[in-house]
Ligand binder design. Structure first.
Ligand code: IMP
Length: 446
């Protein structure tokens, strides 16, 4: 690897809200222009749904680029991989006729183990208000995060703990895997039995070694040092698209902490999650819904609890791809969006689900927050303090036309165009793509 050879630059697609912005559709739309599509964060908590030729695909761990023939789909080191789920997803795609031979997984990606899922569920139960025993009985400042229970947080926690982590590379070496698991299972079992005295030990190092070595053997042909692979691609003029999972507002450092996921889900995660240096990424497309949604706990200043919110939820089919949970729905929060575009360094925006707003007599945009200390146009990146924000709205006239057939910006009703232009001027980043329906064709490029 050398820094003085010229290398191609890369692009990225990243969510600017709390996830589910429609990144999968955009990645799928762009993928054929790239040689590789790379996931750099998150795990099976993500749910990218893509509609191709009337067929809907729900992807969790496999990069959306897989649906474009000839595009290399890379799972980078920053992803936490549940091997069983990944293999199941690959199998399901193959059975539906998708060529999955161009898949590569980093040997340095971390593995989500069964005890991570158990820990995730246990922690959520202990934090939930219904918990009537244990250390959280006192008044809680932080309640349940509302995680997807896919073991994401505990897997990242073990990565940072180091000694208790298992990486994909370890699955290819049963001796190392067994030695690590003996220590890890002793530790995990003692923690679980302290919380559930009298229950039998849950995790057996021998069984887990057998199970995960077998999964490792199935993954073996796909496992590579992806930092070198991506560097080689860049130095042979190949183009790379990074696919963000979850979203900027769920970023563990810059989102609504502690109501976030456990990875750098903004564009800032690309470097550490892939080994590609930050200056390589020159085009960052921030994806944002025409309104807001959120799944799980945590503040959402513009949340709607009325029939307007119900209507948007129904028309937008706002139910989780991963968990099926109904999503919380609200007006577009421009304070949050401008902040997310700043943190992720968005060079352009893609607005999705604009068609869902059709029929609303008026549209509201939050342009500042009323806080106990006064009004502010700056985002409050703290999940507890943000709970005190009341949005100040700007109101615009809505549109009632069916816009799902529009293919050019000037085919949109005047009120829809004004709405887009207001978002653009507030955020200060050009809106280059507008999605007016789930299909590839239902897209306006400006
Ligand atoms: P975790 O990532 O499962 O730990 O969940 C943490 C929080 O992030 C929860 O509120 C989840 O609902 C949310 N979350 C994680 N991934 C996604 C996603 O891809 N879309 C929407 N919400 C997500």
């Amino acid at each position: 690897m050398s820094n003085n050879r010229s290398a191609s630059t890369a692009s990225a697609v990243v969510g600017l809200q709390w996830g589910d912005e429609g990144k999968g559709k955009l990645v799928d739309l762009l993928a054929s222009e790239f040689d590789a599509v790379v996931r750099y964060n998150g795990g099976a908590n993500a749910g990218h749904s893509v509609v191709v030729g009337g067929q809907r695909y729900a992807l969790h761990l496999v990069p959306s680029g897989i649906l474009s023939p000839g595009v290399l789909a890379v799972v980078g080191n920053g992803v936490v991989v549940d091997p069983e789920r990944l293999l199941e997803e690959i199998k399901t795609l193959s059975e539906r006729g998708v060529d999955t031979s161009a898949m590569v997984i980093s040997d340095r990606a971390h593995v989500v183990m069964p005890y991570h899922k158990a820990e995730d569920a246990l922690r959520e139960e202990l934090l939930s208000p219904a918990a009537d025993s244990g250390p959280t009985q006192t008044k809680q400042v932080v309640s349940a995060i509302g995680t997807t229970r896919r073991g994401i947080g505990p897997a990242y926690a073990d990565k940072v703990q180091r000694a208790t982590a298992i990486r994909i590379g370890d699955l290819l070496n049963p001796e190392i895997l067994r030695t690590k698991l003996e220590m890890i299972c002793t530790l995990k079992n003692s923690i679980f039995s302290a919380l559930h005295p009298g229950e039998p030990e849950q995790f057996d190092a021998y069984e887990l070694t057998e199970q995960f070595s077998a999964l490792g053997e199935q993954l073996r042909p796909m496992v590579k040092d992806t930092a070198y692979l991506l560097d080689d691609l860049r130095h042979t003029g190949k183009s790379i698209l990074f696919e963000g999972a979850n979203a900027t507002m769920l970023d563990v450092d810059h989102g609504t902490f502690p109501y976030v996921t456990s990875s750098n889900a903004s564009a800032l995660g690309i470097g550490p999650g892939s080994g590609v240096p930050p200056q390589a990424v020159t085009r960052i497309i921030g994806v944002v819904k025409a309104y807001s949604t959120r799944v799980g706990g945590g503040p959402m200043p513009t949340e709607l609890f009325d029939e307007v919110g119900d209507g948007i939820r129904t028309r937008g089919r706002e139910f989780g791809t991963t968990t099926g949970r109904p999503r919380r729905v609200g007006w577009l929060d421009l304070v949050a969006l401008k902040y997310a575009a700043m943190v992720s360094g968005a060079t352009e925006l893609c607005i999705t689900l604009l068609d869902v707003l059709s029929g609303e007599p008026e549209l509201r945009l939050a342009t500042s927050y009323a806080m106990p200390s006064g009004d502010t146009d700056r985002f409050v990146a703290d999940g507890i303090l943000l709970g005190e924000a009341t949005p100040n709205y700007e109101t615009m006239p809505g549109f009632s036309e069916d816009i799902t057939g529009a293919r050019r910006f000037d085919e949109l009703p005047a009120n829809a165009r004004s709405y887009i232009e207001r978002i653009e001027s507030f955020v200060g980043v050009p809106i280059r793509t507008i999605s007016v329906g789930p299909d590839r064709e239902q897209t306006i490029r400006r």
